[in-house]
Design a protein around this ligand. Structure first.
Ligand code: NI
Length: 167
């Protein structure tokens, strides 16, 4: 097991589009394990491969309070979206920043699990938000992209300042 370094916004590599996983092998299972460990350690409720500079369609999610509901989604796509909700979102790649984003209230997602079995999941509330947020990462999108230009500039400046202090 290993902790993976997480890319920080506005790193241009966060804009890369992830490719589908062609074969679920031991390297993919190891990546998923390391991503889960990195997510729990952060701590966070979701992490996309893009955020650890691996541009494959893999995300890990656990919205439970006690780390008991790890979900690994390979080659996931959202089949249906319904309703809307707007909650505060944060992101491990945008530390310390939280803002409201509008999302679908419910989603139906189809994906492969780590055994290569195709599954369908219906999610709502926080889990639905987390799925939408993580799958956005795989298309190069970060939640701050939904905010106003003014806010995006402010966030970039704030994170640049933090990076200088911690460097
Ligand atoms: Ni994120």
């Amino acid at each position: 097991m290993a902790l993976l370094p997480i890319l920080r916004y506005p790193d241009p590599r966060l804009k890369k589009v992830a490719a589908p996983v062609e074969r679920i092998d031991e390297s993919i299972r190891t990546l998923a394990r390391n991503m889960a460990e990195t997510m729990y350690e952060a701590p966070g409720i979701g992490l996309a491969a893009t955020q650890v500079d691996v541009h494959k369609q893999l995300v890990v999610i656990d919205v439970s309070e006690d780390k008991s509901a790890l979900l690994v989604l390979v080659n996931a796509r959202i089949l249906e979206r319904a309703g809307s909700q707007a909650g505060e979102e944060g992101c491990l790649s945008v530390p310390g920043i939280y803002d409201k984003v509008e999302r679908a209230e419910r989603v139906t997602v189809q994906y492969l699990d780590l055994d290569g079995v195709e599954r369908t999941l219906e999610a709502e509330g926080l889990l639905a938000v987390c799925i939408q947020h993580e799958l956005d990462h795989l298309t190069g999108k970060v939640f701050v992209d939904y905010l106003s230009q003014l806010k995006q500039t402010r966030i970039k400046n704030k994170l640049a300042k933090q990076a200088r202090i911690t460097a």
